[in-house]
Ligand binder design. Structure first.
Ligand code: GDD
Ligand code: MN
Length: 386
C-alpha cells in the first residue's frame, strides 16, 4: 500500500476536484504542525518567525495543544482570530507528542506537512530549503538533522547528548533506519506519505520521525539537511524518564513487526526480579525459624507476588496505574491470580516431566505457562483498560 501511494506522480494539483463553491480558496501548499504543551509565551514568537521565513509561500500553522494548563490554546485561538492561517486543535483527555503530531498531520489538506517544536529549538529558516527539496519531486521526506555537520548542540546537556547518541545507534542497528538523527522532531514530508502510514504509527512517545522511517521500511526516499539545535526560549522540556520506556517499546514493536508485546517483556523482567525477592524473603524467614518450611515458602511467595504487583503497577502498567482503594483491590486480585499461576506452573512442569523427564524443559515449561497465565489474566482483571 505504501509503495502504491508513493508511486503516485509527485506533481498533481493539490485539489483534483473543482471547488464546490466558486471563488473559494484552495488549501495552502504547506501546513506546519506545532505540537504544544505549555508553550503560551513561545507561540507568538515562533509564529512571527515562521511567517518571516516563509515569505512567498502559501502556508498555514496548525497548533495541536493537549489542553495545556497555561492556556496555550486560548493564545492560539486569539492569534487565529486575526489570521486565518493560524489554526488550533485543542485535544482534551489526551497527552502525547507523537499522537498530537499525527492528529495534526491528518487534519491538514495541504500537499506538504512539516512538524516542528514550538519552543524555538528548531531552526525555521531551514523550511524553504526543505520545501524546495520536496517540490523537486524526488524526495518523500526531509529530516533536519543535528548530526550532519559540526555537533553544535547548544540546547543539549552532556548526559542528554550521550542518551541521544546511544538511542540513535540502537535505532540504526535494530531498525535499519539510515538517518543520522532519527530522534529529530523537525521534518517535512508529502501528505500522502502520512496518509498511507498513519494507521501503523504509534501514538505514544516522542519518536515520531523514527516511527515513520521504520514503518516506511525503505520505501521512503529520505533526504537530510543540517541544523543547529538551539536553546528553549520559555518554559521547560517535557522529555522525562517515561520517554525512555516509550523508546524501548517502539524499538521492540518495530524490530519484531509488532509480534512481541513490550508490556509482556516488562512483566517478565519484573517477574525475574520477584524471584530474587522470593529467595531473600525465604532466607530471612528461614533464618528467623518462623513457622514450618511450607509456611515460610508460602509467605515468601506472597511477598514476591506483592513486589511484582507494586512494580508492574509502577512500570508495566504506568499508563493505567492504580491508586487508593483500587490499588488494594488490585493487590488482592493479583495475589489470587498468581497463586493459581503458581499451581498451574507446578502442574504443567509435572506433566512435562512425566512425558520426557528432562528437568529443565519441564521447569521452564511450567514457568513460561505460569508467566503467560499471570500476564493474560491480570491484564484482563487487574489492569483492564476502561
Ligand atoms: N500536544 C503535545 N502533547 N505537545 C507536546 C507534548 C504533549 O504531550 N509533549 C511535548 N510537546 C511539545 C512541546 O510543547 C514542544 O513544542 C515540543 O513538543 C517538544 O517538546 P519538548 O518538551 O521541548 O522536548 P525536547 O526539546 O526535550 O525534545 C526535543 O528533542 C528531542 C530529541 O532530543 C523534541 O524535538 C523531540 O521531538 C526530540 O525527539
Ligand atoms: Mn524542546
Amino acid at each position: 500500500m505504501v509503495q502504491d501511494i508513493l508511486q503516485r506522480p509527485a506533481k498533481t494539483s493539490p485539489v483534483d476536484a473543482p471547488p464546490l463553491v466558486p471563488d473559494t480558496e484552495p488549501a495552502p501548499e504547506l501546513t506546519i504542525i506545532l505540537p504544544t504543551f505549555n508553550e503560551r509565551d513561545n507561540l507568538p514568537v515562533i509564529i512571527e518567525r515562521v511567517g518571516q521565513a516563509l515569505t512567498g509561500v502559501d502556508w498555514e500553522i496548525l497548533i495541536v495543544d493537549d489542553n495545556s494548563p497555561d492556556g496555550t490554546s486560548a493564545v492560539a485561538r486569539a492569534l487565529g482570530e486575526n489570521d486565518r492561517r493560524i489554526r488550533c486543535i485543542r485535544r482534551v483527555g489526551r497527552r502525547g507528542l507523537a499522537g498530537a503530531c499525527i492528529e495534526g498531520m491528518l487534519a491538514s489538506p495541504a500537499r506538504y506537512l512539516a512538524v516542528m517544536d514550538a519552543d524555538l529549538q528548531h531552526d525555521e529558516t531551514q523550511f524553504l530549503a526543505m520545501l524546495n527539496k520536496l517540490r523537486a519531486g524526488d524526495t518523500d521526506l526531509v529530516a533536519a538533522s543535528r548530526y550532519i555537520d559540526a555537533r553544535t548542540d547548544a540546547g543539549f546537556s552532556a548526559s542528554r547528548a550521550r542518551a541521544s547518541h546511544w538511542s540513535t545507534a540502537l535505532a540504526r542497528t535494530l531498525l535499519k533506519v539510515e538517518l543520522t538523527d532519527p530522534m529529530s522532531g523537525f521534518f517535512m514530508l508529502r501528505r500522502d506519505v502520512i496518509d498511507a502510514l498513519a494507521p501503523r504509527l504509534s501514538t505514544q512517545g516522542f519518536k515520531i520521525l523514527l516511527d515513520i522511517a521504520a514503518t516506511g521500511r525503505g520505501a521512503l526516499r529520505i533526504a537530510e539537511i543540517p541544523f543547529v539545535f538551539g536553546t528553549r526560549l520559555h518554559g521547560e522540556s517535557k522529555l522525562d524518564a517515561r520517554v525512555v520506556l516509550d523508546f524501548g517499546q517502539l524499538l521492540l514493536a518495530k524490530a519484531t513487526n509488532d509480534r512481541v508485546s513490550f508490556r509482556f517483556v516488562l512483566f517478565c523482567l519484573v517477574g525475574l526480579s520477584g524471584v530474587a525477592v522470593h529467595m531473600a524473603a525465604l532466607a530471612a524467614l528461614h533464618a528467623l525459624a518462623l513457622g514450618t518450611f511450607s509456611a515460610q515458602q508460602a509467605a515468601a511467595t506472597a511477598i514476591a507476588i506483592a513486589w511484582n504487583y507494586v512494580f508492574n503497577n509502577a512500570f508495566t502498567y504506568r499508563d493505567q496505574r492504580l491508586a487508593g482503594w483500587p490499588f488494594v483491590k488490585g493487590l488482592i486480585e493479583f495475589e489470587l491470580i498468581c497463586a493459581v499461576g503458581a499451581i498451574s506452573n507446578v502442574g504443567i512442569a509435572n506433566l512435562l516431566y512425566n512425558h520426557d523427564s528432562i528437568w529443565w524443559i519441564a521447569g521452564l515449561g511450567g514457568a513460561v505457562m505460569g508467566a503467560v497465565w499471570n500476564y493474560a489474566v491480570s491484564a484482563a482483571f487487574v489492569w483492564r483498560s476502561q
